[in-house]
Design a protein around this ligand. Structure first.
Ligand code: HEM
Length: 531
């Protein structure tokens, strides 16, 4: 044991002052360098953002990034310095220049926050795993994406659609009850119950009964929200998600708190996903073919050439289960919200869906549920869906890429190689240079009445699902679920917002930008009762 008498009796105050003084001087020098000498010094942006990552991190934690980033671009223009080595860009050419296939830009280390153990190499070396979303090696990513791409096609999801029928039946039963009782619900929260039932159905073959229960009864959805909140907000902090995913925090959370944070670090356990994989392995190949993503994932090959392990399947299932639920729920609320505020457009959509119902009934007889195939070609439905997601895209935190070695010219600025370039879909989707002078207005007709060149520009510029090789892999599942739910709801019910009309709901950015407090009443439509 150390001899305590050997420790200094008192700390030398002068030495402490000297050390603190030197560290402060170095920090001030670094700040001065970042403001006056850094290669990005001429790029406009808030002064604090130029000095430290902490500025952006604090804005992320504050939960208003979707508004902050739009305001920053309004104030400073298309290229804004949001951190010492990062510029946010809102520019119609981004799909070619930064997110394009051939540009040599790639995802940055910031994505490691989504990796086990914050992606630190020495830890990953001990526990190797490949996860598509944060992967920065282009070849590895290409191989990871290629081996599952056949599972994510629209045809593949249409084949699995039947499996989700019980969820839609639960939806109609529970909303009919609400319509009868005249009770109001927080629709955005309800949409979350629906989408989590859908993603569990498509991925592991059974819904979790959230819609039936009318609540997040096992706390899984809350766990995902907590996990995403910490993981995404710690993106640019030294140590990344390890600040939250570590045994001390888990211990503290269980002993001194509700244990919710500890649960969130291991949220998939609440769905018994490991057990589902094990049970399916025991059953062997499904004689009916691939009925859900889990069936299909067993046919996947490991990129190392070894047989695919249950752990790899678990990682792959994390994509729909973590990336699919909230993003799709936010989209559903963002599409229906403005429609509920505009009776004329709501009725126009109803009329379009009613004519589809007539065709369906003449071909198939009375049928409770419209399928994706029944409604996928409806132009006004498509316009309302695209416009809702344009105005309020689900993911609004920055999507960072590393500038190519030789740098890149963007919006009149030269961005040196190695700089982090990022965009927020929240700012990009409101660009007047893409969507016209009324870009801040919700106007579904822009997708129907624009000339061909404008339409092409808007379709190319729309960033809701990201761009290029790293664009959303699950878009087809999201689209199928959204078309089907929106059309069936609008056909069957009059949805009415019951909150104050000037501020009917709020939103909170936590990577995906959650909509909150959208209070809605349901009323069965007469036309449906007659059929
Ligand atoms: C409306 C719903 C959705 C929206 C708006 C959305 C949006 C996005 C965006 C913007 C990206 C690009 C992120 C980046 O560049 O870092 C992305 C990637 C991704 N999304 Fe989605 N997403 C949605 C639903 C889904 C669903 C349902 C799934 C799974 C079934 C999914 C799985 C993924 C995956 C795996 C990636 C990473 C792709 C890669 O790196 O190659 N998403 N999503």
């Amino acid at each position: 044991m150390a001899n305590l008498s050997m420790l200094p009796k008192r700390l030398d105050a002068a030495l402490i002052f000297q050390v603190v003084g030197i560290l402060t001087a170095l920090k001030l020098l670094q700040i001065a360098y970042r403001i006056y000498l850094h290669p990005l010094r001429k790029i406009p942006g808030p002064t604090l953002a130029k000095t430290s990552e902490l500025w952006r991190t604090s804005r992320y934690f504050a939960g208003n990034w979707h508004e902050d980033i739009r305001q920053l671009h309004r104030q400073y223009g298309g290229v804004v310095r949001i951190a010492p080595n990062e510029v946010s860009v809102a520019d119609p050419d981004l799909p070619n220049t930064v997110y394009g296939i051939t540009q040599g830009t790639g995802k940055t280390k910031a994505y490691n926050t989504w990796q086990a153990f914050g992606g630190y190499r020495w830890i990953i070396a001990l526990f190797p795993n490949f996860s598509m979303f944060p992967e920065q090696d282009k070849e590895v990513h290409r191989a990871l994406r290629a081996r599952v791409s056949n599972i994510y096609t629209i045809q593949s999801f249409v084949t699995m659609e039947e499996k989700a029928t019980p969820v839609y039946q639960d939806v109609l039963r529970s909303l009919d009850k609400l319509a009868q009782s005249g009770a109001e619900i927080d629709f955005a929260a309800w949409a979350n119950l629906f989408t989590y039932d859908i993603v569990t159905c498509f991925s592991i073959g059974k819904d979790m009964g959230y819609v039936r229960a009318g609540s997040d009864y096992n706390g899984f959805i809350e766990s995902v929200h907590l996990a995403v909140y910490y993981i995404a907000n710690l993106t640019n902090v030294w140590g990344r998600s390890n600040w939250y995913q570590n045994p001390i925090v888990k211990y503290w959370s269980r002993w001194f708190g509700s244990g919710k944070v500890a649960d969130a670090t291991n949220c998939l356990a609440k769905l018994s996903v490991v057990q589902a994989i094990e049970a399916r392995k025991q059953q062997g190949p499904n004689p009916k073919g691939k009925q859900d993503m889990l069936d299909a994932l067993f046919e996947m090959k490991s990129i190392t050439g070894k047989p695919v392990s249950p752990f790899e399947i678990l990682v792959e299932l994390g994509n729909p289960l973590i990336a699919g639920g909230d993003t799709t729920a936010v989209a559903i609320a963002a599409i229906l919200g403005p429609l509920m505020l505009d009776r004329q457009r709501y009725q126009r959509l109803q009329a379009e869906i009613d004519s589809a119902i007539k065709v369906v009934r003449s071909e198939r007889g009375p049928s409770e549920l419209l399928s994706f195939d029944d409604v996928k070609g409806l132009p006004y439905l498509k316009a309302c869906i695209t416009e809702g997601m344009r105005m309020h895209p689900s993911i609004t935190f920055q999507l960072p890429r590393k500038a190519p070695k030789n740098g890149i010219a963007l919006g009149g600025h030269f961005i040196p190689g190695g700089t982090v370039i990022s965009m927020s879909t929240a700012a990009q989707n409101r660009l007047k240079t893409i969507f016209g002078e009324d870009a801040d207005e919700w106007r579904p007709e822009r997708w129907l009445d624009s000339d061909i060149d404008t339409l092409k520009r808007m379709e190319k510029g729309l960033s809701t699902f990201g761009y290029g090789t790293r664009a959303c892999l699950g878009k087809n599942l999201a689209i199928l679920s959204i078309y089907k739910l929106i059309s069936n709801l609008v056909a069957r019910y009059e949805l009415q917002l019951t909150g104050p009309r000037d501020q009917p709901w709020s939103s909170r950015a936590m990577w995906f930008t959650k909509i909150e407090g959208m209070m809605v009443k349901f009323q069965r439509r007469q036309i449906e009762k007659e059929c």
